[in-house]
Design a protein around this ligand. Structure first.
Ligand code: DAH
Length: 341
């Protein structure tokens, strides 16, 4: 019976080496298949002497059962392992860190959010206006004379005689006043469109934030306080500003607000075009004709408005040299703002 013991040990060793469903099948065929060793031995039983045959037969059958049980066990454990691997449709054998890059906010969105947050803190709320606007709201209701050069087809993208792409966020002022009664304090961020030749500081669509505050006895002092509050919160306490008289059809008086250049502290450099100052917004007291267009009584109410260009602010904040980067959606550029909130 020595050969039987040796055969058993060889067989058990083979089973122990099984490491996959494929090798399991190979071992099964080798041990139990029709041409396998065990079958050959069983077939040979008839040639054994009568007194040895029953004992050998019983031992071989017992071994066959042992093989079958062991192979079946291995088979069940492989199946369970596969099921665990694909639990819930997940392949748990994949690396634990997925190669997924998270997205981040566009620098313009971050700047808009940051500015809006400052104005929320002063009681303003955020509104929207349409990008495709009527000539009436973009110009007429804002007190632009019929022959004003800004209406010129060179600046404005007209869709037809009466419809255009807004060239400024100011038309939202009139729309909001038509819908709401004073007092009101609103800001309107949005995209504006102008037919510009493209270069490092000009694109044909860019962003502005409009502000409008209307109530009783609102004065230029309120405008100035609000603007200074914004500037110190956004740029810091030590920023120097100046208000310069200017002209806009929809405000009277009108001003432009400049900030001392933070790059050269007023000495004059490339950032500020050697002037020492950076223009940061247009503003003024709402013109009575605008109130009239919106149906407000200009004897009863006064108000101020302002408009800021967002792109310039984002460019200064992040030292972006060319405005076109903001609109090309190149991930190598955008992913640099991953840590900006
Ligand atoms: N709409 C002006 C522009 O695009 C900016 C502006 C100036 C808005 C004065 C205002 C304002 O609300 O009062 O140039």
């Amino acid at each position: 019976m020595e050969w039987l013991t040796e055969m058993r040990e060889n067989g058990l060793a083979l089973i122990a080496e099984i490491d996959s469903i494929d090798s399991l099948e190979q071992v099964r065929v080798e041990l139990l298949g029709r041409k396998g060793k065990l079958t050959t031995q069983l077939r040979g039983l008839k040639d054994l002497p009568d007194d040895e045959r029953p004992k050998a037969g019983a031992a071989l059958n017992k071994l066959r059962q042992e093989y079958e049980v062991l192979i079946e066990e291995r088979k069940t454990s492989f199946a369970a392992q596969k099921e665990a691997t694909l639990a819930d449709g997940c392949d748990l054998t994949l690396p634990s860190v997925a190669p997924v890059t998270p997205g981040n906010r566009h620098p313009l969105t971050s700047v808009i959010n940051e500015i809006c947050d400052i104005f929320y803190g002063m009681g303003f709320s955020r509104e929207d206006g349409p990008d495709v606007e009527l000539d009436y709201y973009n110009f007429t209701a804002l007190n632009f004379p019929d022959d004003h050069p800004a209406r010129d087809i060179q600046d404005t993208f007209y869709i037809n005689d009466k419809v255009l792409l807004r060239t400024q966020t100011s038309p939202a002022q009139v729309r909001i006043m038509e819908q709401q009664t004073p007092p009101l304090a609103v800001i309107v961020p949005g995209r504006v469109y102008r037919n510009e030749a493209l270069d490092a500081s000009h694109v044909a669509e860019f962003f502005q934030i409009e502000g409008l505050y209307v109530g009783k006895d609102v004065s230029l002092a309120d405008l100035k306080t609000t603007v200074l509050q914004f500037v110190t919160q956004f740029y810091g306490d030590d920023v120097i500003t100046r208000f310069r008289p200017h002209f806009f059809p929809f405000t009277e008086p009108s001003v432009e607000v400049d900030m001392q250049c933070m790059a050269c502290h007023g000495d004059g450099c490339n950032v500020c075009g050697k002037t020492g100052w950076l223009e940061i917004m247009g503003a003024g007291m709402v013109h009575p004709n605008v109130f009239k267009a919106a149906g407000y009584d200009s004897d009863k109410y006064t108000g101020f408005a302002f408009g800021l260009g967002i792109d310039r602010i984002a460019m200064l904040k992040h030292a972006i040299k060319d405005i076109r980067y903001l609109y090309e959606n190149d991930l190598r550029f955008l992913s640099q703002f991953r840590s900006v909130r």
